[in-house]
Design a binder for this molecule. Structure first.
Ligand SMILES: O=c1ccn([C@H]2C[C@H](O)[C@@H](COP(=O)(O)OP(=O)(O)OP(=O)(O)O)O2)c(=O)[nH]1
Ligand SMILES: [Mg+2]
Length: 154
């Protein structure tokens, strides 16, 4: 296993209402995301959103984050997504992990406690700082953006 694939350890605290729920984990050997389940029964109306409890808090090692991503099956079949995807779990956050779900489908979506609702991807964080300057170096692109390279010539 390449060294960058060695798993990091994330301390996990089970909250009282997380009793009996599975620890988030990978469904297959090389899955990128750990499935996380709901700690509550909730119904999302079409267009509705809710911060769904997971029953866990965590302490991510400094220099890492956890990204919260939708599950494609729920997205495709039911229009269930995350309005803030990918959600960002900071290394210094000690509150409960919540999954902000939105129902983009046209039918109410019923979530039962224990249902897998999202997936968690651990990732390194490159810290940076801004150095304010008077002028920036010039490039071929310049200020072109937002589709500037997609314009057809004829
Ligand atoms: O889907 C999410 C997104 C965030 N969080 C928690 C962990 C994260 O560290 C904290 C803050 O998230 P974020 O920085 O995205 O939100 P904010 O609106 O900037 O709030 P804050 O001012 O608290 O940083 O909220 C979740 O539990 N689930
Ligand atoms: Mg923030």
């Amino acid at each position: 296993m390449p060294s960058h694939l060695a798993p990091i350890e994330i301390r996990l605290k089970r909250l009282p209402h997380g009793e009996g729920l599975p620890v988030p984990g990978y469904a297959t050997a090389h899955a990128a995301g750990m499935d996380v389940v709901s700690a509550e029964d909730v119904t999302l109306q079409p267009g509705g959103r809710h911060a769904v409890a997971t029953g866990f808090a965590m302490a991510i090692p400094a220099g890492y984050e956890v990204q919260v991503r939708p599950r494609s099956g729920l997205a495709l079949k039911h229009g269930i997504s995350l309005p803030n995807t990918p959600g960002t779990i900071d290394a210094d956050y000690r509150g409960e992990l919540k999954i902000i779900l939105i129902n983009l489908g046209d039918a109410p979506f019923v979530i039962a406690r224990g249902d897998r609702i999202a997936q968690l991807v651990a990732a390194p964080v490159q810290m940076a700082r801004f150095a304010e300057v008077e002028e920036l170096d010039s490039t071929v692109r310049g200020s072109g953006g937002f589709g500037s390279t997609g314009v057809r010539s004829s």
